[in-house]
Design a binder for this molecule. Structure first.
Ligand code: ADP
Length: 317
């Protein structure tokens, strides 16, 4: 029965009205200042804007009855093409099934004539992109702390047969307690076990070579992205970064990047990054071995981090 509901919801989402005006949608939200789920009878106070995405605006909202806070991703339906509605329906279908401490929880979703609403676990400490903006790069113990949680989260996602396909610092959200929460499943895909031919998607700096070479790709493309994220955490710049997209792609294809040295990471850290950035996906380290790698098991990994780490280096042993 659960599946049937999901199916009909998906159908609804992909055929929503498209003739409503932008101004109409904005005015409706501004005037009311709250979000209502009429089907469940829940109402939420609308707080400040947390961020904007391609189509979406994300607000902090508070359930009036329970006082619980959520991040509400609001996607206006107006002028939305059918293909976009289908993509949103797919994002919801994939995300709503995931339940793990290192994944942004999707609590609920609903819609009205104007918008689609996703109620997400609120991540008030923003994301690793904001940490990098303030800090430039982070210390090794911090990098290990974030990496361990990202690896655990991605291993869970893969265990659910989902490939995220857009792992990057901006999608690594941080909870109140500085726990990493992987979010934004807008490009995720459910794997059927077959290797797939690619449509290029993902963020240029973190795209795996097999994706660029238009070969098949699978879970290993996420492992590559984790290597890029660990690198940028330690160095402050993505490994294949350049001023033009063409040059970045050329560097990825030719595997041209400045390897980490002793000033940037321990020997174990250097080795782990090398294993993650293996150009041949079949030789890339599988996540169960990444979890066991000495960098994450034999070197110091803090069990918690203070939220001051978003702005300044912590005092760690
Ligand atoms: P899109 O898929 O359209 O890119 P995102 O899901 O990336 O949208 O959300 C856009 C922005 O909203 C993010 O960059 C972030 O600033 C903010 N945001 C998204 N989800 C959350 C969340 N769970 N908690 C706090 N802020 C969030």
């Amino acid at each position: 029965p659960k599946k049937a509901v999901v199916k009909s919801r998906t159908a609804e989402l992909s055929t929503g009205p498209s003739s409503l005006s932008w101004n109409g949608s904005l005015a409706a939200e501004r005037e009311t200042g709250y979000v209502v789920d009429s089907e469940k009878g829940n109402a939420y106070y609308k707080g400040h804007l947390l961020g904007k995405g391609g189509f979406a605006r994300v607000y902090l909202i508070t359930d009036i009855a329970t006082r619980k806070q959520y991040a509400c991703k609001i996607i206006p339906k107006h002028q939305m093409q059918k293909i976009h509605m289908q993509k949103i329906a797919r994002e919801i279908m994939i995300h709503k099934e995931l339940n793990h401490v290192n994944v942004v929880q999707m609590h609920h979703y609903f819609e009205d004539t104007l918008n689609v609403y996703m109620l997400l676990e609120a991540c008030p400490k923003k994301s690793l992109v904001d940490v990098l903006k303030y800090r430039g790069h982070v210390s090794e113990p911090e990098a290990r702390y974030y990496m361990k949680q990202m690896v655990t989260g991605v291993a869970y996602i893969h265990s659910q047969k989902v490939i995220h396909r857009d792992l990057k610092p901006g999608n690594m959200f941080l909870s109140e307690k500085m726990i990493v929460k992987i979010g934004d499943f807008g490009l995720a895909t459910q794997s059927d076990g077959q290797r797939r031919r690619v449509t290029i998607c993902g963020t240029p700096n973190f795209i795996a070579p097999e994706v660029l070479f238009k070969q098949s790709y699978s879970y290993e493309a996420d492992v590559w992205a984790l290597g890029c994220i660990l690198y940028v955490l330690l160095v402050g710049q993505p490994p294949f970064d350049s001023s033009t997209l063409k040059e970045t792609y050329s560097r990825i294809c030719n595997h041209r990047y400045k390897e980490l040295d002793d000033t940037m990471a321990s020997r174990a850290g250097q080795e782990l990054v090398r294993w993650l950035l293996q150009p041949n996906p079949e030789l890339r380290l599988p996540l169960d071995l990444v979890k066991e790698h000495p960098y994450l098991t034999q070197e110091y990994v803090p069990s918690t981090l203070p939220d001051s780490c978003c702005y300044q280096a912590p005092r760690l042993p």
